[in-house]
Write a new protein. Structure first.
Length: 454
């Protein structure tokens, strides 16, 4: 049901958690075997080496888990947006519904990322807690010896010092990743208009920008994780040195004192950790239903409404009139008659007028959905992306002029639908753009809704 949430990267991240916890549990096993070797006066160094190895190498799968988890989040978001495109592409009749847009769009523009990030982080942490408790109980843990307190304190001081020395670097990387992520999320704002209206040109412009910003955000995010994990891994490895030194020194100092050796072997408080983790499992268990509810909310946002007619708007045919360029009134009594008129007008300019609320914009959306890729729809005040105005600010007149020029130069559909293109323009701007539309009408059938009278 939630196929968009899963990816190979997530499987690799979960596999890293499993390997990590197996290695953590193995350290407990080596402690037990080391204790037995001490009391039986057998060779202890093989178990000592294995113990050191299990504590050191555990950071490798941990780093891999963090890397692949970061990638899994981007994969899930990409899959989610791709499924949104599959579900809503071409549903132009739903475009004019402010209610549906308000209901669905927040999930696409920002909620999806937030929920995906929380859910995937939850899955790896929860699995880690479960495995830690189960595997360490099976391996049997022991309490820590007070002789090691100073070594752990020294390790803690080193960690704090190393992080303080790298805080600026890590902060810069985090800010850069956040900046790129913000750009990526901002790119999703035009997704609703681009996908539902389904103008091939605008959809291509949006997808190009989406793919680029998605890749940039992913690369900076993963780079931030990579550097952070290197710093953390090195810091942790160095912090282990005083602990290793104390263990090795005490072992060598008390090779003939069995009682002390046995007490030194029991250095890791696995049972205490298990108790702490069990408390965390209870807390995470309480959050499980919350996470599932959020994921279900994302899934519902991908579904078309059961009653689409509710969101398609209404059309009052008695209040709508259509005139051609010669100001001859065309009799329109139904959608079929309008489709017939447009189909028979290979070139020319049809102007649609009507009172507010008569359904002119809704009608254009129905025309777009009927003719699909044979028609290009330019709604009023849309978020469609155009190359000529991308990431730049223009006045209403400049913006309208550039968009019409881009349509003239790049759009090859036989039908062009313009919704209130003259809104917010002065008389000169309207006259200039109207000339361009006349030129466009020599090649195509232009159906326009005018905001003002001519």
């Amino acid at each position: 049901m939630y196929k968009w949430l899963y990816s190979k990267s997530l499987l690799y991240a979960l596999l890293g958690v499993i390997i990590q916890q197996l290695m953590v549990a193995s350290s407990t096993l080596w402690i037990v075997l080391l204790s037995k070797a001490v009391t039986s006066q057998n060779n202890i160094f093989i178990w000592l080496i294995l113990f050191f190895a299990s504590l050191s190498l555990v950071y490798l799968p941990s780093s891999l888990t963090a890397f692949f988890l970061g990638k899994a989040k981007f994969c899930a978001l990409f899959n989610y947006i791709d499924q949104f495109c599959s579900s809503f592409q071409g549903k132009a009749t739903l475009y004019t519904s402010k209610e549906l847009k308000k209901l669905k769009k927040p999930y696409i523009t920002h909620e999806a990322w937030l929920v995906i990030e929380e859910a995937l982080q939850f899955s790896t942490t929860f699995l880690s807690l479960l495995l830690n408790v189960i595997l360490n109980i099976l391996a049997i843990s022991f309490l820590i010896n007070t002789a090691f307190l100073w070594s752990y304190a020294l390790a803690f001081i080193w960690i704090v010092l190393s992080l303080s020395l790298t805080v600026n670097l890590l902060g810069t990387l985090s800010q850069k990743a956040q900046s790129k992520r913000t750009l990526m999320m901002d790119t999703l704002h035009p997704s609703w208009d681009s996908v539902l209206i389904d103008n091939s040109w605008n959809l291509q412009v949006w997808k190009k920008k989406w793919f680029l910003n998605h890749k940039n955000a992913q690369d900076t995010h993963l780079n931030s994780i990579y550097i952070t994990e290197i710093v953390t891994c090195v810091s942790m490895l160095i912090s282990l040195l005083p602990i290793f030194y104390v263990i090795f020194f005490e072992m060598r100092s008390h090779l003939t004192e069995t009682a002390i050796l046995v007490s030194l072997v029991a250095v890791l408080p696995r049972q205490v950790f298990c108790i702490q983790n069990m408390g965390d499992i209870v807390l995470y268990g309480g959050k499980l239903s919350t996470i599932r509810g959020k994921i279900k909310g994302l899934q519902r946002a991908l579904l078309l409404p059961e009653n689409s007619k509710k969101y398609e708007g209404s059309i009052n045919w008695e209040k709508i009139e259509v005139k051609n360029r010669e100001h001859i009134l065309e009799k329109i009594v139904s959608f079929d008659s309008l489709v017939h008129l447009i189909s028979n007008t290979q070139k020319g300019r049809l102007t649609m007028r009507g009172s507010n609320g008569s359904g002119k914009s809704t009608l254009l959306a129905h025309i777009k959905q009927h003719f699909t890729h044979r028609a290009f729809l330019l709604p009023a005040n849309s978020s469609l992306l155009f190359s000529s105005i991308d990431d730049r600010s223009f006045s209403s007149g400049e913006k309208a002029t550039r968009i019409i020029d881009e349509i003239l130069d790049n759009i090859d559909t036989p039908i062009v639908l313009l919704d209130e293109w003259d809104a917010n323009l002065d008389a000169k701007g309207i006259a200039d753009i109207s000339k361009k539309i006349d030129l466009l009408a020599t090649r195509k059938c232009v159906v326009e809704v005018r905001h003002r009278g001519e």
